[in-house]
Design a protein around this ligand. Structure first.
Ligand SMILES: Cc1cc2nc3c(=O)[nH]c(=O)nc-3n(C[C@H](O)[C@H](O)[C@H](O)COP(=O)(O)OP(=O)(O)OC[C@H]3O[C@@H](n4cnc5c(N)ncnc54)[C@H](O)[C@@H]3O)c2cc1C
Length: 371
């Protein structure tokens, strides 16, 4: 997004734009939600990154070893060094199951799975195809996580999936969260708690996990509370890339301290941060990165001209929540405003409806893979 915006705005004779990514393939991460339920196939999710690179932008495929922010240099694994005038960090967030004792133990990918990685979602698909039922826990380790609604969507889709396989009566679904309700925002929580109850999904709240006991197949929290499972689908701790730790640029979870309204790094004025890599208190979602990119483009152009940056990013997030049976909810909120009811993107016209479970919202969610 940034390369596309900036290549249009910046003179080619004055500005070179490089993108460095360690992967050759772009993964459409929202698709990981659909893979376990055989709704998407691997080829629906993975594309070559090259397809997305605009003309006049160079793509370098390598891991970044280190950012030397004092010298304005990026060091790559192959030994190359690149000098920069402006650096945009967009290294995202990834799962760190090793943060919880026993999570990546003997049962990992046997009866303990994640769906936040391609490998995890695929292994879970294979497990679900043959699973005969029992107690399924859908679990969040700690916040913040990417797409905070994805585990709820997983629970709703699991309900539909097992109904479709005519084995819903053989599966007990329990939603286990460190929060005190289904979501971080009270208004949406009310609606989502109700939906969980309607679909006979139990909720275990305020659960701060300390350990996965592989031998006895249970999770244990810091207060000694225990919940047993036959199948545990967990969202492990999410962290920024270790590159931030190596470069001295990250906080405790390797997120980059960032001004929440300008998206400039708090430590270096020529570094900007987009998407999941920052520590801004917005949701970690593709929609957020999209809204950020508009403001960040303007601020980078201002920075180049020596003008003051605009404090305009308001934490705008927009999430489709799959509720199963071909329907979805849509929520829209920001740093200060709770999700509201109404229509989106055009007030009064829609066509999407906020906080309502309807088919058109589901179509909207599916359309995003193409967009
Ligand atoms: C299961 C799931 C469902 C989701 N559903 C939704 C949804 O419905 N709606 C929504 O808006 N969002 C959703 N998201 C969140 C969305 O995918 C992310 O918020 C979005 O991808 C963030 O974009 P990003 O550019 O910040 O990071 P990423 O897309 O994660 O990109 C980071 C890039 O940095 C590269 N990289 C990292 N470290 C290095 C390094 N050291 N050297 C070189 N390259 C490096 C990686 O290879 C990667 O290509 C979902 C996420 C998951 C996991």
């Amino acid at each position: 997004m940034m390369a596309n915006h900036l290549r249009h705005e910046l003179n080619k004779a004055d500005w070179e734009i490089d993108i460095i990514d360690e992967r050759e393939e772009h993964h459409y991460q929202p698709g990981y939600l659909f893979l376990p339920f055989d709704i998407y196939k691997p080829e629906d999710i993975i594309k070559s990154i090259k397809e997305f690179i605009p003309k006049g932008v160079r793509l370098l495929t390598d891991q970044i070893e280190m950012i030397d922010a004092k010298q304005n240099v990026v060091k790559m694994q192959n030994g190359d060094q690149l000098h920069y005038e402006i650096l945009i960090i967009a290294t995202g967030a990834k799962i760190a199951p090793e943060e919880v004792e026993g999570m990546k133990g003997a049962e990992w990918q046997k009866s303990v799975f994640d769906f936040y990685t391609f490998e995890g979602a695929l292994a879970l698909r294979n497990k679900l195809r043959e699973w005969e039922g029992g107690r399924l826990l859908v679990h969040i380790t700690e916040m913040p996580i990417k797409c905070p609604v994805a585990p709820l969507e997983f629970s709703f889709l699991a309900d539909s999936y097992f109904k479709h396989k005519q084995m819903r009566d053989k599966v007990e679904i329990v939603y286990v969260t460190p929060l005190s309700g289904a979501f971080t925002k009270p208004k949406a929580t009310e609606k989502l708690d109700h939906l969980l109850a309607e679909k006979n999904i139990k909720i275990e709240s305020d659960f701060a996990i300390a350990e996965v006991d592989n031998a006895n197949k249970k999770i244990i929290d810091y207060g000694g509370r225990e919940i047993s499972f036959d199948l545990l689908v967990t969202v492990p701790t999410n962290k920024g890339d270790e590159l931030m730790e190596r470069s001295g640029l990250g906080d405790d979870l390797n997120y980059v301290p960032t001004h929440k309204a300008t998206l400039q790094s708090l430590a270096y004025e020529n570094i900007f941060v987009l998407g999941d890599a920052s520590n801004v208190p917005a949701s970690k979602a593709g929609s957020v990165a999209h809204f950020e990119a508009e403001i960040l483009t303007e601020n980078i152009l201002r920075f180049i001209k020596g003008e003051p940056l605009k404090e305009e990013f308001d934490g705008h997030a927009n999430c489709f929540i799959e509720t199963g049976n071909g329907k979805a909810l849509l929520i829209d909120f920001n740093y200060t405003h709770e999700p509201v009811e109404g229509s989106f993107p055009f007030p009064g016209i829609g066509p999407l409806r906020l906080l309502q479970q309807i088919l058109i919202n589901h179509m909207g969610k599916l359309a995003f893979r193409w967009i």
